[in-house]
Design a protein around this ligand. Structure first.
Ligand SMILES: Nc1ncnc2c1ncn2[C@@H]1O[C@H](COP(=O)(O)OP(=O)(O)OP(=O)(O)O)[C@@H](O)[C@H]1O
Ligand SMILES: N[C@@H](CCO)C(=O)O
Length: 318
């Protein structure tokens, strides 16, 4: 998360007055993340996360996200539902932005996952997929494979200001991956951003799955490919951690065994994940407001992963 919209203490105290959550004790902006504005809020009763939805989250999608969190929480998944106000409303407006008060979950996100942590996280994703089998909501993936080329074009030659190698590398990958993207397949609602920073853990136990604001209808295995690309490399993307990768896949496959056909498409899906995150990181790099409390993420960490999957994808998922 990040802080793009400042919330004065008086406005927050008024806002909390709509809920049965006690009164404001303290509030702190959370610097992690890049998408929405987030605050850690302590009241006389409890601790909460206050999220103000920014740029990429459409207000009209919020009911879908809230229904998704309720569905998962009701089936025992460790996700944080939004807190209703006294009139039962979940979605509010604060400082001109859509806003929700969200249950705080314990745990910390790991930056260098160990194999046992990756195994537990793979299991947690499988548990989430199993629980979503009967979820009836749908949301198209606005950052799916059809959106990549237009986003690449919108970044245009500005990409060269980040690194002159970015444009040719991404152009070649788009040409390779987009025509091969599997059409149809096992589609369902997926998380689509289950990075280590969106999984809270205590030791090797998963205590929270958070940040569902990219959740969408897409290939189930694309969710696993996104997770693999995010969990199984050192943060700069220079080194693949084979033991972490193996544990992640095994943890997931306990519930959803992978067929040979599925293993064969995973390299393409993983390359697609790398294109998606390299492009959105590049776009954000070029368009982040100078005054936002946010740490920009390097798109090249994803072109390095892309090169790895292009060269080794076949072996990694066998
Ligand atoms: N429900 C929660 N309980 C506890 N901590 C939370 C909760 N939601 C968010 N956080 C904390 O806030 C941080 C940022 O949250 P989050 O990843 O949702 O932000 P974002 O801007 O959407 O980020 P991203 O760049 O991953 O899309 C998390 O790393 C976590 O520490
Ligand atoms: N998890 C993403 C941010 C959300 O698009 C990244 O690290 O680039």
């Amino acid at each position: 998360m990040a802080v793009y919209t400042q919330v004065p203490a008086e406005a927050l105290a008024d806002f909390l007055g709509r809920f049965d959550v006690g009164t404001l004790v303290s509030v702190k902006g959370i610097a992690e993340g890049v998408e929405n504005s987030n605050y850690l809020v302590d009241t006389t009763d409890n601790r909460f996360i206050l999220t103000l939805y920014e740029k990429r989250v459409a207000e009209g999608d919020l009911p879908f996200f809230m229904a998704l969190l309720d569905h998962l929480a009701a089936r025992g998944n460790p996700v944080p539902p939004a807190i209703p106000d006294r009139e039962g409303r979940l979605i509010h407006e604060l400082e001109g932005r859509p806003a929700c008060l969200i249950r705080f979950l314990p745990g910390v996100s790991v930056t260098r996952p160990t194999p046992p942590q990756a195994r537990a996280a793979g299991r947690a994703m499988a548990g989430m997929h199993a629980a979503l089998a009967d979820f009836i909501g749908e949301r198209p993936n606005t950052l799916g494979y059809e959106a990549w080329m237009p986003l690449f074009d919108r970044c245009g030659s500005d990409l060269d200001t980040i690194d002159p190698a970015l444009r040719p590398v991404l152009a070649a990958a788009l040409e390779q991956v987009v025509p091969r993207w599997p059409k149809g397949g096992d589609q369902m609602v997926i998380h689509a951003d289950l990075f280590p920073d969106n999984v809270l853990m205590r030791g090797d136990i998963v205590t929270g799955l958070i940040d569902f604001y990219f959740a969408c209808t897409d290939l189930r295995l694309y969710d696993l490919a996104i997770m693999h690309s995010a969990w199984c490399f050192d943060p700069p993307g220079n080194h693949y951690q084979a033991d972490v990768g193996q544990a992640l896949i095994e943890g997931y496959a306990e519930r959803f065994p992978l067929s040979m056909g599925e293993r064969a498409i995973l390299p393409t899906l993983a390359m697609g994940a790398c294109i998606r995150f390299a492009l959105t990181r590049a776009w954000d790099w070029l368009n982040t407001p100078a005054d936002a409390l946010v740490t920009r993420k390097d798109p090249r960490a994803y072109t390095r992963r892309l090169a790895f999957y292009a060269n080794n994808g076949g072996q990694v998922f066998l």
